[in-house]
Design a protein around this ligand. Structure first.
Ligand SMILES: Cc1cc2nc3c(=O)[nH]c(=O)nc-3n(C[C@H](O)[C@H](O)[C@H](O)COP(=O)(O)OP(=O)(O)OC[C@H]3O[C@@H](n4cnc5c(N)ncnc54)[C@H](O)[C@@H]3O)c2cc1C
Length: 291
């Protein structure tokens, strides 16, 4: 199928893009990498009267250190996330997850802003934003506002973005010195979205868990950060049985939907296996093992 007819706009400045959104908001869609919007237009799932192509706003493709955080522009492509030295050093969860998205061509075009605005519950970058509780800056003609990832993602494919707003940048906290992270996912076919994925960060001091963050996708309508589970392990010793103990608690906490294609028991098993793998990988990193 082909898209319905729409008016194509190609602003060359942010002001121009925001003016167009202010004018056409509810009838318009921003076009970034086009890797989700393109298929939605072709299938006529999206039927905007106006498409605002923001690909000339190249100043919003960047990765910048900002004190104890890293700021990433909304138009930064997945391959740029995967290869950014600042992210690899301070926020490696983002490159680790970005390099597993789809296929080469999708990573060359798809953007951080597009992925988060699209809010697919299985998207890698949505999971990372939830894990790290990233802060998103949204812009409209008359101002800007900051929203936490927790507040931004409201339901599957639904966010706090207003029709006149553009997602401009995302602030990810840096890992603390000595803190490590790991991301593990499972999909049935290379390039598919994950059935279940786990992202974690871990800090250990004197053999005791100092800080543990863990979020999971594929077990609820949105990725969930399991703070109640992880809090129970903080201050406790890290033993060889520890990843399995955390995984047991994760499986008790999640309630995946049951469907014919992917039964809930299968998702629970994946949640268990991937939690063990992610935590084992995090422990290897603490011990300086590079795999
Ligand atoms: C075959 C295939 C496999 C894929 N596999 C995966 C995968 O495994 N994991 C994964 O996470 N993704 C996957 N994707 C999706 C891909 O990551 C997309 O790039 C991403 O979801 C959307 O980013 P985009 O820049 O292409 O956005 P677009 O497609 O241009 O836009 C998506 C939506 O976001 C809105 N939007 C875009 N930018 C902004 C902005 N700055 N502010 C506000 N709204 C904005 C658009 O209006 C639109 O509604 C896959 C896509 C394809 C085609």
């Amino acid at each position: 199928m082909k898209p319905i007819a729409f008016t194509y706009h190609r602003p060359t400045s942010l002001d121009e893009a925001l003016d167009l959104l202010a004018q056409w908001g509810p009838e318009a869609r921003l076009l970034a990498g086009g890797q989700s919007l393109g298929p939605m237009l072709n299938l006529r799932v999206a039927r905007p009267a106006h498409v605002i192509d923001v690909n000339d706003l190249t100043e919003f493709a960047y990765v910048r250190e900002a004190g104890d955080a890293v700021d990433v522009g909304g138009l930064t492509r997945h391959y740029q996330l995967a290869g950014s030295p600042a992210l690899l050093r301070h926020c490696p969860l983002l490159p680790q997850a970005a390099r597993t998205i789809g296929h080469y061509a999708i990573r060359q075009r798809g953007t951080l802003g597009g992925s988060l605005a699209n809010a697919d519950p299985a998207a890698q970058l949505v999971l990372v934003a939830v894990t790290l509780d990233a802060r998103l800056t949204l812009a409209r003609r008359d101002g800007r506002r900051e929203v936490t990832a927790k507040d931004f993602f409201q339901a599957a494919m639904t966010t706090a973005l207003q029709p006149q707003e553009m997602l401009l940048s995302v602030r990810f906290p840096k890992l603390n010195v000595g803190e490590v992270c790991a991301y593990r996912m499972f999909n049935r076919r290379h390039g598919d979205y994950a059935l279940v994925a786990v992202a974690t960060t871990l800090a250990v001091q004197d053999g005791l868990v100092q800080r543990l963050r863990l979020a999971i996708s594929g077990t609820a309508p949105l990725p969930e950060r399991l703070d109640a589970v992880t809090a129970a392990f903080e201050g406790r010793p890290v033993t060889s049985a520890w990843p399995t103990e955390v995984a047991d608690a994760v499986v008790n906490a999640v309630q995946p939907d049951d469907d014919e294609r992917v039964p809930a028991t299968y998702r629970r098993e994946l949640a268990h296996t991937l939690t063990v793998r992610a935590l084992t990988r995090a422990l290897e990193k603490l011990e300086g093992v590079s795999v």
